[in-house]
Ligand binder design. Structure first.
Ligand SMILES: Cc1ncc(COP(=O)(O)O)c(C=O)c1O
Length: 379
């Protein structure tokens, strides 16, 4: 048996599938502990909620686990109803996904054909490119300016072949945001040009700034807009895989045609419904993040590591030594972060804001790990 694709099979499949870039996930704790023979490693690499899931969500899972012999309701009507109420939209404006990733893929499935173009910032969440290439589309990458997506460049990149424009706000991996008026301009241009604007708000719940657009404010007047949110971040349910999208009914109806039946499992639906009601857990998650952000910022600044001001639950920074070597040294210290090479920012590292003791462990490990490394000559 071999993992090599036989020549005959290569001519049967679609050639573009072979060139789809692989998704690079954060390294799992268990894998690191096995590799280095260490224990008590911490992972601050995937922007998960360090407090864990809401206790209410855990109760819902335990309560409903005996129901897992039956299929879930295919469209998740209970959860969609709660979401529709909380956003003051109608239930036919809400779709659930097996993570918001899946909704990105459904959108590409509908709108992207061979050689169609999809615009995204150069240093963005890799799923934008993966879902584009999955359907034979071409990703058109626009630069960041001061670590923020450059919306003028994105608008200028629109052509007659553009089908989708992906924008994350806050932007991952830098945590920067774009403001309301610049977003509104981009929304107008995409609407005029018949381009679907996907506003990815995976980290929106962490934002403090008052000048940050929120997708729901624009849905009524923007038939080309869909905004995506997830239960993987502030709601602490990344392992259950559940996210949602809100748009006008025509688009949700189309998405439902490509949505696999039962795409969101029963426990995920129940846990998410319970998590939505747990305002205590939500507030504690925000507070933990604010406190951790301040601690990490001070720590990174005192090491001279240039943290980028963030509105999310992670901080990207440029160490004054080689970022890849530093990433590897941190692994030896039992700390998993994300080297941003796979995001196209090779000199940078991203750390997820953790609990107090995790943040302290990270800063101590960083100090120790960077001591032995020579300074990056380009700085
Ligand atoms: C910008 C961005 N969007 C979406 C997601 C994925 O969310 P989900 O877990 O709902 O698929 C992530 C996850 O890391 C992300 O960083």
């Amino acid at each position: 048996m071999s993992a090599e694709i036989p020549d005959w099979a290569k001519t049967r499949g679609m050639p573009h599938v072979l060139s789809i870039p692989k998704y690079v996930p954060g390294k799992p704790v268990a894998e690191l502990e096995r590799e280095f023979g260490i224990s008590n490693a911490i992972k601050l690499a995937s922007n998960e909620n360090p407090l864990g899931p809401s206790p209410k969500a855990m109760d819902a899972i335990i309560k409903n686990v005996g129901m897992t012999n039956i299929y879930p309701e295919s469209t998740g009507p209970e959860l969609r109803k709660s979401l529709a109420e909380s956003y003051s939209v109608s239930i036919d404006q809400v779709i659930l996904g097996n993570g918001s990733d899946e909704i990105m893929q459904m959108l590409a499935h509908i709108f992207v054909g061979v050689d169609d173009e999809v615009i995204m910032p150069q240093n963005a969440f890799s799923m934008y490119e993966i879902v584009t290439r999955l359907f034979g589309g071409r990703s058109v990458k626009t630069p960041l300016t001061y670590f923020r997506p450059d919306l003028n460049a994105m608008a200028a990149a629109i052509t007659d072949r553009t089908r989708i424009l992906f924008l994350s706000n806050p932007h991952s991996p830098t945590g920067t945001i774009i403001g309301k008026s610049e977003f509104e301009e981009l929304l107008d241009v995409t609407r005029e040009r018949g381009v679907i604007l996907v506003l990815d708000e995976a980290y929106r719940e962490y934002v403090d700034s008052s000048d940050c657009p929120t997708g729901v404010d624009y849905i009524d007047r923007s038939e080309n807009l869909i905004f995506l949110r997830t239960f993987s971040k502030i709601y602490g349910l990344a392992g259950l895989r559940i996210g949602y999208g809100i748009a006008q009914p025509w688009l949700i109806q189309l998405l439902n045609r490509v949505r696999p039946p039962f795409n969101v499992n029963l426990l995920a639906q129940d846990a998410a419904s319970a998590a939505l009601l747990d305002s205590d857990h939500f507030s504690r998650s925000r507070e933990t993040n604010s406190m951790g952000k301040k601690f990490l910022f001070d720590g990174l600044n005192s090491l001279g590591f240039d943290p980028i001001p963030t509105q999310a639950n992670f901080i990207a920074f440029r160490p004054n030594c080689d970022a890849e070597s530093l990433y590897l040294e941190l692994l030896k210290e039992g700390v998993i972060v994300r080297h941003l090479k796979s995001f196209g920012l090779p000199g940078h590292i991203r750390v997820t804001i953790g609990l107090e003791d995790q943040n302290r462990k990270f800063i101590n490990a960083l100090e120790k790990a960077s001591e032995g490394l020579s300074r990056d000559k380009s700085l």
